[in-house]
Write a protein that binds this ligand. Sequence first.
Ligand code: DAH
Length: 370
Amino acid sequence: MDHAATREEALARIAAAQDLGALEGLRVEFLGKQGSISGLLKTLGAMSPDERQVAGPQIHALREAVTEALGARKAALESAALEAQLASETIDLSLPAPEAPRGTIHPVSQVMDELAEIFADMGFAVATGPEIEDDWHNFTALNIPESHPARAMHDTFYFPDKDGQGRDMLLRTHTSPVQIRAMLQQGAPIRIIAPGRVYRSDSDATHTPMFHQVEGLVIDKGITLGHLKWTLETFLKAYFEREDIVLRLRPSYFPFTEPSVEVDVGFALVSGPDGKSRRVLGGSGDDPGHGWMELLGSGMVNRKVIAAGGLDPDEWQGFAFGVGVDRLAMLKYGMDDLRAFFDGDVRWLAHYGFSPLDVPTLSAGVGARA
Ligand code: DAH
C-alpha cells in the first residue's frame, strides 16, 4: 500500500493551517490516540512479517514526515504571531513624552530644597523635629517661661490632654524647639538648618494657620555676631542670586537670643509694566529710591537656652536665626497671597510649581527654571 496520497494531503492541510488551534486539531487527527496515522501503525501487528517489512518503514516515514511538518508549521505560526505583536506594539523612544497631565513641585518644597543646597555648601546638615511638641521644648527651654507674654503672642493651638510627664502639648509655633532637640541629641559643635511646618491661630492674606519656617543653629567655640552676619549674607546672596544684597542688623528682642537682631534687607522700588511699583531686593535701603524690609529674626543663642540644651554656656556659644519659608518663596517668585499656597488649586500649581527635573544646584543656579 502506498501512503503517498495520504502524505500529500496531510502535508497540504498542515501547510494551510492558519493558526495554532487549527494546527493542534490536525495533530490530533493524524497522530492522536484515535488518529489516522496511529491507526495505520496499529495495522502492523496483524501483518505477516513480509508485509510488515515493506509497510513498516513506509508508515513510520509517513508519521515522521507529518510530525516534522507539524513542528515546522507551528514554529512558523508562532514567529508570525510574535512579528505581528511586535509590529502592533512599537515604542518609538525618540518621541517626546506624551502631554499627559503632569504634577509640579510646590514652591515651598522647591525653596526648602534650595535652602538645603545652599546651607549644605556651608557645612550645615538638615535637622527635623516633631510638629506636635510639648510646651517645654516649644517655650520653656527657649527661655519663654509660663507667664511670659510671648506665649500669648504665639496664638498657640493646644491639645486638650497633657503628655505622660504632665506637659501641655501643642502644635509647634516655630521651628526653634529643634534647636533644643539638636543640642540634646547631638551635643556640640552643631551646624544645622531645620525647615518645617509651624502653626498659629492666625489667618489673613499674609498669615495662614499653618506656615513654614526654617531655623538655623550654629553652636561652636568663639562664635560671634560676625559669623552670623556673614552666614546670612552668603545665604541670601545665593538664594536671591544677587551679589548686591545688603543687610542691616537692628537691635531687637527674642527671649532665646541675647543680643537679638532683626535683619532687614535693602530693596529698590521699581515701577512695573502695570504702573504699580514693586520691591526688588538689592542695594542699600539707605540709597535714594530704596528702603529696608524686615526679613528675619536672629541673634546669639541665649546662655539659658544653651544650658537647657545640656551644654555649658561658658564653653559653647552660637547664633540662631528663624525665617519664613513661604515669605522667602513669595519674595523670590512673586506670589502676593500666602493663602493660595495652601489652596491646592492646580492652575496656581501649574503656574508657580516647578518641574520635578528642576533640582536646585549651586552650579546651575538654585532657582533655575527648566
Ligand atoms: N522663632 C522666632 C519666631 O517664630 C523666629 C526666630 C527669631 C528664630 C530669632 C530664631 C531667632 O532662631 O534667633 O518668630
